[in-house]
Design a protein around this ligand. Structure first.
Ligand code: 13P
Length: 248
């Protein structure tokens, strides 16, 4: 049984005080037992948000990290720094980082390895652009991203890795992939994991869908066999909407 995982990716939104307000509002509501809830908040808010999450079942995530433990990398944040705060998860390879900050399959791979080394669970993002979908090469693109992201990573880590399928054309656009398309792509990712790591890993790995997830479409997505959760952007910034998604 794969435990559903719903993560809110706040992206570059919320100052520390705004983050605290949002967490307090999220905490006011009851959360369904069988769902793992994760909040991916800006670096500056991690420490304070962690304090407010103590005593709850909600997990904390960073949105990025560097692969080295320390050193002359001005402006970067290391896994050690995140670990001391008590971060459970880290989003790695989000399409916005690939698009705007030159994140490559190679750096994604390094970051996943570093996260796992420090017991931080990576939420690895993959997904095709509109152009790639229109050219009908989306399956190859996503498969390739998965293979390159996980290159050299041992089977024993699969249980700690979450993959988020986020088609770029569905992010922040209001255009959700149809639940059938999302299911097909998550199934393709699962099959790829099966080829790389075997049947057990294939059945264990959790795969999220992300891209314009809202209270109105979460149920249909979660009913699909291959979809184990959601990575939610915009709708995770409104406590009421996020809770409705979590309690789909
Ligand atoms: P939206 O839910 O705003 O489309 O963002 C999705 C996303 O990028 C989550 O990581």
């Amino acid at each position: 049984m794969r435990i559903p995982i719903i993560a809110g990716n706040w992206k570059m939104n919320n100052t520390i005080s705004q983050s605290i307000d949002l967490v307090k509002n999220i905490k006011k509501e009851d959360i369904k037992d069988k769902v793992e809830v994760v909040l991916a908040v800006p670096f500056t808010s991690l420490y304070e948000v962690k304090k407010h999450l103590d005593g709850t079942t909600i997990k904390l995530a960073a949105q990025n990290m560097h692969w080295e433990d320390k050193g002359a990398y001005t402006g970067e944040i290391s896994p050690l720094m995140l670990k001391e705060i008590g971060v459970d998860y880290c989003i790695i390879g989000h399409s916005e980082r690939r698009q705007y900050f030159n994140e490559t399959d190679e750096t994604v791979n390094k970051k996943i390895k570093a996260a796992l080394k420090h017991n931080i669970k990576p939420i690895v993002c993959v997904g095709e652009s509109l152009e790639e979908r229109e050219k009908n090469i989306h399956e190859d693109i996503v498969k390739d991203q998965v293979i390159k992201a996980l290159e050299g990573i041992d089977k024993s880590f699969i249980k700690d890795i979450v993959i988020a399928y986020e088609p770029i054309w569905a992010i922040g656009t209001g255009k959700t992939a149809s639940s059938e398309d999302a299911n097909t792509m998550c199934g393709l990712i699962r099959k790829t994991i099966g080829h790389m790591y075997g049947e057990n890993a294939k059945n264990t790995i959790r795969i999220q869908y992300g891209g314009s997830v809202k209270p109105e479409n979460i149920k249909e997505l979660m009913e699909k066999e291959e979809i184990d959760g959601a990575l939610v952007g915009g709708a995770s910034l409104i406590a009421e909407d996020f809770i409705r998604i979590v309690n789909y």
